[in-house]
Ligand binder design. Structure first.
Ligand SMILES: *Cc1c(COP(=O)(O)O)cnc(C)c1O
Length: 408
């Protein structure tokens, strides 16, 4: 008898984006003339930058001739890309990361979801609330939680991110072994200073814990005092893994490329307390279960670091940040507290006690604007909505003018 992994039964069906789609479709059916503007889902809308397309195309051309054709490449990624990443994203910012500590992949969702399989079953895991759902669900699937009750899985240490703590979780009160952090944050858009990250790095060093740091939105950071990588913090090489992605940085959500940084100094422990190499383990996992990113896609990613690519990608992000500024200004004018949007594409808006689905319905029905109800990201998001800057300037302007009218 073929039996199932019973842990899957614990998963809460994620109704979030299907619920949103259902409500939007119903609204559209009743209001066929309404021009619905979507500021909900976290997907980019702008075309790939010209330099990136050129790199992509060159890669395809090479695949079209026997002399330059490539079959299987190195599972960890081609050296040209790993070296460009190490030099530009890390060494140029004073973070000591070498090319062979970078593992190129098809995206940060897979890596942040898969990484947990390197750890023992009975570790204690700390996860922020609200949160990108992948961290939690992959640990549920792996059997590291109990049942779901009152909006939370038993066995997980939830770290509340609220206005009271500036959306920066406090250190857990009980000892934990694995900590998920994401800055700039999805969904709140909050950022972390070097000093704030240092607290976590020090905690991990003192408690022999490991931090899984998701930096998928680092390219939105414009405040030069903020770290873009956790490796800008002293001591992080021993206790942190970092996930990165070209998805939001350069519009690769449909092209697919990201990478994970696993420093060789990263310490993990065996049952008898001796140290093991996390780098060697992830290398083994990656080479066994993954066969590399398509060559043209890696050429496209390499072009992000070309002189033209850097300029174009920065302008690409600037356009979304300009949208975010319009959303922030509108919310300030309307008197809603909010966070994010300055170094992030997301603005997290306090609904002043309104339930997040109620706020969602209000914006949909009165302004034909789609946002994301914060409750979909965790219990702490129940009275917030997330507005995303991923749309055209014109649409964002129109949407905010309508929201102003609706909420005045
Ligand atoms: C979008 C996003 C990612 C990136 O996912 P990809 O698989 O690389 O497209 C990772 N983490 C967070 C928090 C995200 O919002």
């Amino acid at each position: 008898m073929i039996r199932v992994n019973e842990h899957y039964n614990k998963l809460q069906a994620s109704y979030l984006f299907s619920d949103i789609a259902k409500r939007v479709n119903e609204f559209q059916a009743q209001n066929p003339d309404a021009d619905v503007i979507r500021l909900g889902i976290g997907d980019v809308t702008r075309a790939l930058a010209p330099a990136v397309v050129e790199g992509f195309r060159k890669g395809v051309d090479e695949m079209a001739a026997d002399a330059t054709f490539r079959g299987y490449g190195p599972e960890q990624g081609y050296d040209f890309l790993r070296e460009a990443i190490a030099a530009n994203d890390f060494q140029a910012r004073g973070a000591d990361i070498a090319a062979d500590e970078i593992f190129v992949s098809d995206g940060a969702k897979c890596d942040s979801g898969n990484f947990q399989e390197l750890f023992a079953q009975d570790i204690k895991i700390a996860i922020p609330d609200p949160v990108y759902p992948v961290y939690l669900d992959t640990n549920v699937m792996a059997g590291r939680t109990g049942a779901y009750a009152d909006g939370r899985y038993q066995g997980i240490v939830y770290m509340d991110c609220l206005k009271e703590n500036g959306f920066m979780p406090a250190l857990p009160e009980e000892p934990v072994d694995l900590i998920y952090l994401c800055f700039p944050n999805n969904p709140t858009g909050a950022t972390a200073t070097k000093e704030e990250l240092k607290v976590w790095v020090d905690y991990a060093r003192e408690n022999k814990a490991l931090i899984l740091f998701d930096a998928a939105y680092e390219s939105f950071i414009r405040d030069e005092s903020l770290p873009r990588s956790i490796y800008e913090v002293e001591g992080a090489r021993e206790v942190a893994v970092e996930f990165r992605s070209f998805s939001k940085t350069a519009g690769f959500t449909g092209t697919r490329c990201g990478f994970t940084v696993v420093p060789k100094d990263c310490k993990v422990y065996t049952e008898d307390g001796s140290t093991a190499s996390l780098h060697a383990m992830w290398n083994r996992r990656h080479t066994t279960k993954f066969n590399g990113v398509s060559y043209p896609v890696q050429k496209a990613a390499e072009a992000v670091y070309s002189e033209a690519g850097k300029v174009q990608v920065k302008a690409y992000i600037d356009a979304y940040l300009a949208n975010a500024a319009i959303v922030r200004d509108t919310m300030t004018e309307l008197g809603f507290d909010h966070v994010g949007g300055e170094n992030s594409p997301y603005i997290w808006i306090d609904g002043k006690g309104r339930d997040s689905w109620e706020f969602f319905d209000l914006l949909l029905n009165k302004a034909s604007v789609v946002c994301t109800p914060g409750g979909g990201f965790g219990r702490c998001g129940r009275e917030y909505i997330r507005i995303s800057a991923f749309n055209s300037l014109e649409n964002v302007k129109t949407a905010m003018a309508r929201v102003k009218d609706a909420l005045k």
